[in-house]
Design a protein around this ligand. Sequence first.
Ligand code: BES
Ligand code: MN
Ligand code: ZN
Length: 498
Amino acid sequence: MTDFKIGFTPFAGPFSGAIIVFCDDRLKFGPATTRIVAKTGDLVQRAAKADGFTGKRGTALTLPVPQGLDAPALIVIGAGKAGELEPNDLVTLGGTAMGKVPGRAREATIVAELPSKAMSAEQAADLALGVALRAYSFDRYKTKKKDDDKPANRTVSIAVADAAAARKAYAVREPVAEGVIMARDLVNEPANVLYPQEFARRATGLKKQRISVDVLDVAAMKKLGMNALLGVGQGSKHDSRLVVMRWNGGKKGEAPVAFVGKGVCFDTGGISIKPAGSMEDMKGDMAGAACVVGLMHALAGRKARVNAIGVIGVVENMPDGNAQRPGDIVKSMSGQTIEIINTDAEGRLVLADALWYTATKFKPKFMVNLATLTGAIIVALGHENAGMFSNDDTLSDRLTKAGQATGELVWRMPLAKEYDKLIDSRFADVKNTGGSRSAGAITAAQFLQRFVANKTPWAHLDIAGTGFDSRQTETNKSWGSGWGVRLLDRLVADHYES
Ligand code: BES
Ligand code: MN
Ligand code: ZN
C-alpha cells in the first residue's frame, strides 16, 4: 500500500528534493558527501554545535533551505562508528533516513556514502530496503485529506557509486520488502473486509508469480477429516478455507521446506467469549498466515532456488447457535481426538490439522509454523522476541541466527514431557488447554507438537507479541508488522538454496 518509488542514481547527480547524507560520530563525511556539504560553507558545523548533534548512530540534524545548495533541505544522519555497521544496521539507517524526509516532500535523495568509504552495492540495497519498509503506511480507509498528508507518487533516489550494481543488489531485496508490505496490509485489514474467503482470494493472487495455489473448501477439508480446523469455523457465517501455496524454484523432486500459518481472521473467543477491551486487535489473529503469504511472494519474487510450501488455515472464530461448545470432542485429521475445554484456544486447533496435512502430504525437510497463539507469550517475552519452540536444535539455531541478522528476534522456550502431561484429557486423547494459566505458551506448543507427523523437524513461532501492535522500529511504524517475512526469507537464503 505504498504509492512510492525507489531509484538509484550516480553520485554525480543532479539530485532532486531534500538531500540526506551520513556522517560518523566525529561529524566526518565521505568525499562525495563532502563535495555537497561544502557548498553550504560551515553551516553544518555551526548547526551541529547549536543543536548538540554529534553524529551518534540514528540521530539527525535537519537544515531547511540551506544556503548554497539548491535543495529544500539538507539532512545529516549520524551513522556512528562506521566500522561497526552490520547489514541490518544499514536497513535501520535507511528507515531513519526515510523517517526524516519531510512529510509533504515529493522527492528526496539519499547519498549512500559512509565517512570511511562509499557504500557497497549490497549496503546501498540494504539501505533501500529500510527506506521501502519505513515508507509504508496503511491509509486505505482515511477519506479526509489533511494538509500534511503525504503526496502521491513519492520518489526517493539513492545516490551510490555504482548505480547499476546497487539496482541489481536491490532486485533480490525488493520482493522481500513487497512481501513484508503484503503481510502488513493483510494484518491491518479489518475482519469485515478480510474474512476467510477473501483471504483465500488474495492469496490466490500469488498465481501471477508462478506460485501454484490450491484452495480447499469445507467439503474438501471434511473429506480429509480436518474436524479440528472445521470446528473452529462452524459458528461463523464465513466458511473456512485451507490455502496451499507451492513455489518450485529448487531441484525437481527435492523435498520442500514448509511454512504453516494461523489465519484466524477474527477471534472473538467463540462461546468462551473474550472481554470487550482490545477485542478489536483480534482482526490481527491471522498474522501468521499473512507472513506465510508475504514470504511466498518474497521467495517467488526473487526466484529463490528452493522448493517451498505455504499452508494457511483461514477461519473465523465466532459465537453462534452452531458454534463449537466447551466439552465438545472432535476427531482431527491425525486421528487423535481433542476435547475442547476453551473455544478461545482455537489457533492450535486450526494448526493441528494444517500441520498434520503439511507433514504427511509434502514430507518437508522442516516445517515452521507462525501463530499469534497465546497471550502468555506476551507475558513471557513482551514485544521484543517471538517465542520459539522446536524439536530440532539445528533448525532452532538457524532461526536464532536469522533473527539476529534481520532484527526479527526469536527466543527459544522449552518443550518437555512434564508439560505435555498437562494436556492429557479425561475423555479424549488430548485437551486444547492446560486448564490453568501456568506455562500457557508451552502447553500450547506441546499441543501442536502432538500433531507434527513423522518427527518432522519443526519450529513453532508464537508471534502474539510481534505480529501486530509490536515494538515500533525505524523500519516499522505499522500496526501490522509483517514480522517473520524477513526472518524466514533469510533462513531459506542462508541454508536451503541450491
Ligand atoms: N489469539 C489469541 C492469543 C492472543 C492474545 C494473540 C492477545 C495476540 C494478543 C488466542 O487464540 C487465545 O485466545 N489464546 C488464549 C488461550 C487460552 C484460552 C488457553 C489466551 O492466550 O488467553
Ligand atoms: Mn483465541
Ligand atoms: Zn486466536
